[in-house]
Design a binder for this molecule. Sequence first.
Ligand code: ADP
Ligand code: MG
Length: 257
Amino acid sequence: MSNAQPAAGEMIVTDEVMIQLAGVNKWYGQFHVLKEIDLTVMKGERIVICGPSGSGKSTLIRCINRLEEHQRGKIMVDGVELTHDLKNIEKVRREVGMVFQHFNLFPHLTVLENLTLAPIWVKKVPKREAEETAMHYLNRVKIPEQAQKYPGQLSGGQQQRVAIARSLCMSPKVMLFDEPTSALDPEMIKEVLDVMIELAQSGMTMICVTHEMGFARTVANRVIFMDRGEIIEQNEPEEFFNNPQSDRTKLFLSQIL
Ligand code: ADP
Ligand code: MG
């Protein structure tokens, strides 16, 4: 798999590209949160994004499914450009699953209902089929026995696995993870990372914001370091951790490793 990045601002178009950002800039009011972001993600890539708090990591991945709007530059997801066109936004959102730090499950719905809600109402999947798919993914995240419980009756690790299964029920082509383990008690982190590792091995294209550097080493094919709204450097994990180039990356790694 190639890690080649196109030159600044340049777009490349091939079947193998899943996500492409070219010259992306975003401001919150006066605050320049994303600065000239160029990023190409090929199908099947597993990207880890790390960097200090406030560096723009969440904003960046939220722009990829238009939970945030960028003001300049171009974002393409599986050949569809994200603009104000609502049809395109809907199309992209169907293909991109997202898992947040706080699991965002519906507390008044059972696990099974959480998993079948969007397939039934958004994708018009018949209820029975949606439930079969939901049970398939609950098996994959290893909690089929929790199907009839409510989120509040589950541990944090179990809730996060439900959130991952819920995304998978929509058959996404890409999964975005925003610090999925950082709200979990330490003993629950592994069970969520194991599910993510299995997902990576199945060939899913993934972008994960995480500070779990063990995960980055085993799963990522590329690690990206962001600081103050910019991509400072990126490399395969081995090189990234053993031979960081920028002083900012070195400082960051010395603080978290
Ligand atoms: P990270 O995920 O790397 O911690 P964020 O993308 O959440 O960074 O935030 C980047 C910067 O943008 C931070 O300084 C944050 O305070 C600011 N920010 C985030 N969301 C908003 C918002 N909705 N309005 C204004 N500023 C925001
Ligand atoms: Mg964040």
